[in-house]
Design a protein around this ligand. Structure first.
Ligand code: WT7
Length: 633
């Protein structure tokens, strides 16, 4: 969403922390902590002490081959061991690790000890299926404990997981699977969604016909949806069957700090999704430190992150950081407004959630139903709230603060990305807050707003958001595409990481993120590339050429507006519009929310044939088109 900067620069409200928040805070002095972070290696080395290492690192940061940074050089560690096994020798052994709840009201509580046994059994099963260190395992699963177990089992072996969000459909799924060349796919009979069951197995069957590297498909019986045998039935096996009789012990693989941990695909400016590669030790240190200090994690917390595990937020802050900190993490499978728009608040009351992390789009959606629902329930257990995924507009911030946080919970507006792995710009609970600003860089991180040459822009002026120092959870490359890794992030402005966002900095050094600077849309907080949507359109028989732009939407942030040149003999009527929508949904999934479709006779292009979406955008918004010297007539 491109934001109305005038409104933002006039946002002058400041919310100071109350006494109780300061008393509880892990970090009591923001300024002093930022100062401490300036000694990068010392700061992060101290944070790395929390873990059990098989072998300690020799050097915290190796920056001899930029931008290929290495962290905790020569350290040996296992993530799952630290997230699960470590706790069973402590008083957390019988504490709930995962609290699973779904829209039907079913619940499942899994203690650290139970999780330990389950992960080990499944790790043994995967090993029997031939999975070794460095192999790739893909998951296409709902929000359920099996997904968490699968991820942790991969860590135990040293296999690289690649989760495909279950809201992505066949086309997007196949592309991600084939890029990763996974050996195993883990999927399920379905997921619960608004009183229905979505048949994931059916989508996966269709995708598997185009995924030759998959040797085995493990199917979780999750919803009780009857499973139809597919053409690939020879490769299929039920989860229950594979773990049958497997021992509940497993020797965790000592991983090098820099061994790959997972691949996660995200959209970029071109049609091909980026395979973001994260490695082991730095990631562990980064996600656990940020969660602990930003959300003030304490022993008796009940943490709830509403993001789907299929996105980075789910990876870092629903599974990894909470378990690495020994917290109880709530996993909810369902929509925010089903059976009614009070369901989230009902869950907060029922279980006593203390820290709650969600997306601005969800807040805006729930706001639409008024103040009634959050006020039916007792939300007094809540202590700290968070948001992520896109800029939060001050109205939504205030609504969240007043109705959910009852004006006593600080709101942590956390800016980060799939690539950054961890929060990079965020307040701490003791920070003075301004609604709509993610405030300042996290201790140990240095951010700035610069022009195209990399010079800092004057305060209040817009520019490119860059990160000037390496951070431990940074992605290490784009899978099999080092060139694009350098091109997309490190080349335009030498020496710094270019995030792909526009931002402003105010007189207090607070950042105000304005939206993407590239051809990436943010629909309900999800990243989707314009080129991906365009190629989905042109794969329809009626479409000759397509160009899409983001159009502001009060709830989703942005939705897609498409301009299409149709092939001879086709006319844009209601039937065709319906069919096009169905087609794009089939290719990309429900994340690609289509607003309008317009038929055009030509598209604005540069002389080299690139679509000038900027021109379409300006025309759509009735704005000045700007420099069109490169426009071919
Ligand atoms: C893009 C990254 C990282 C978790 C989910 C999204 C936008 C993210 C904020 C925020 C303003 C934000 C940026 C960024 N974004 N958080 N607090 N304020 N914008 O991960 O899908 O990789 O998207 O989300 O545009 O570049 P992602």
């Amino acid at each position: 969403m491109v934001r109305d900067t005038d409104v933002l620069l006039h946002e002058r409200r400041i919310f100071e922390p109350d006494e109780e928040t300061i008393q509880n805070a892990n970090v009591k002095d923001w300024e002093a902590e930022i100062e401490k972070g300036k000694d990068l290696e010392k700061y992060w080395a101290e944070k790395a002490q929390q873990f059990e290492w098989f072998q300690k690192w020799d050097k915290v940061l190796d920056d001899s081959n930029k931008p290929f940074y290495k962290w905790f050089v020569n350290g040996k560690i296992n993530l799952a061991y630290n997230a699960v096994d470590r706790w069973i020798h402590t008083e957390k052994r019988n504490q709930i690790a995962i609290l699973y709840v779904n829209e039907r009201g079913d619940e499942r509580k899994i203690t650290y000890y139970e999780l330990y046994r389950e992960v080990n059994k499944f790790a043994n099963a995967l090993k029997n299926l031939g999975v070794k260190k460095g192999d790739k395992v893909s998951m296409y699963l709902p929000m359920c404990p099996h997904l968490m177990v699968s991820i942790l089992a991969c860590n135990k072996i040293g296999a690289i997981h690649s989760v495909v969000y279950s809201g992505l459909s066949v086309g997007a799924f196949v592309e991600r699977m084939n890029d990763a060349r996974a050996k195993i796919l883990i999927t399920a009979d379905g997921t619960f969604r608004r009183g229905k069951i979505i048949d994931l197995k059916k989508i996966s069957d269709e995708a598997m016909l185009q995924c030759p590297t998959i040797e085995t498909v493990i199917v979780v019986k999750h919803t009780g949806n009857p499973i139809k045998t597919s053409e690939l039935s020879g490769k299929e096996i039920f989860y229950d069957r594979v773990i049958e009789g497997e021992p509940a012990e497993f020797e965790p693989e000592p991983m090098d700090s820099e061994d790959p941990l997972f691949l996660l695909y995200t959209s970029g400016s071109t049609g091909k999704p980026k395979g973001v590669l994260h490695t082991t030790a730095g990631y562990m240190v980064g996600v656990s430190t940020t969660m602990k200090d930003i959300f003030d994690i304490q022993d008796n917390d009940l943490w709830w992150c509403t993001a789907d595990i299929g996105w980075i937020t789910g990876h870092s802050y629903l599974i990894y950081a909470p378990l690495l900190l020994g917290t109880t993490t709530l996993v909810y499978e369902g929509a925010p407004d089903y059976p009614d728009p009070g369901i989230w608040w009902q869950i907060v009351e029922k279980y006593g959630v203390t820290k709650f992390y969600t997306a601005p789009t969800a807040i805006r959606h729930l706001m639409r139903y008024g103040d009634k629902y959050p006020n039916i329930y007792n939300l007094s257990s809540l202590k700290i709230l968070g948001t992520v995924g896109e800029p939060i507009n001050p109205e939504a911030w205030i609504w969240y603060h007043k109705n959910v946080g009852k004006e006593k919970c600080p709101i942590m507006d956390t800016w980060w990305q799939t690539e950054t792995g961890m929060h990079l710009i965020s307040p701490l609970p003791v920070s003075p807050l301004k609604p709509g600003s993610a405030t300042r860089a996290f201790p140990g991180v240095e951010a700035d707003v610069v022009d195209e040459e990399g010079n800092p822009v004057p305060l209040g002026k817009g520019g490119f958001l860059v990160i000037k120092t390496p951070w431990p959870a940074m992605f290490r490359t784009l899978y099999k595409d080092e060139e694009r890794f350098i091109e997309a992030y490190w080349k335009d402005i030498p020496g710094v990481y270019k995030a792909g966002d526009m931002a402003r900095k105010d007189e207090d050094g607070y950042f105000w993120i304005q939206g993407r600077s590239d051809d990436v849309l943010k629909i309900a907080g999800h990243r989707i590339g314009t080129a991906e949507v365009e190629s989905a359109f042109v794969s329809h028989p009626a479409v000759a050429e397509a160009a899409v732009i983001g159009k502001d939407d009060p709830i989703k942030g942005q939705v897609i507006k498409a301009f299409l040149i149709l092939k001879e003999g086709y006319h844009l009527n209601t039937d065709l519009i319906e069919d096009l929508k169905r087609h794009v949904r089939h290719e990309l999934g429900p994340v690609a929310v289509l607003g309008e479709i317009e038929e055009v006779q030509s598209l604005p292009k540069t002389r080299s044939g690139k679509i000038m979406r900027r021109v379409l955008r300006a025309r759509e918004l009735g704005e000045d088109v700007g420099d069109t010297s490169t426009l071919e007539e």
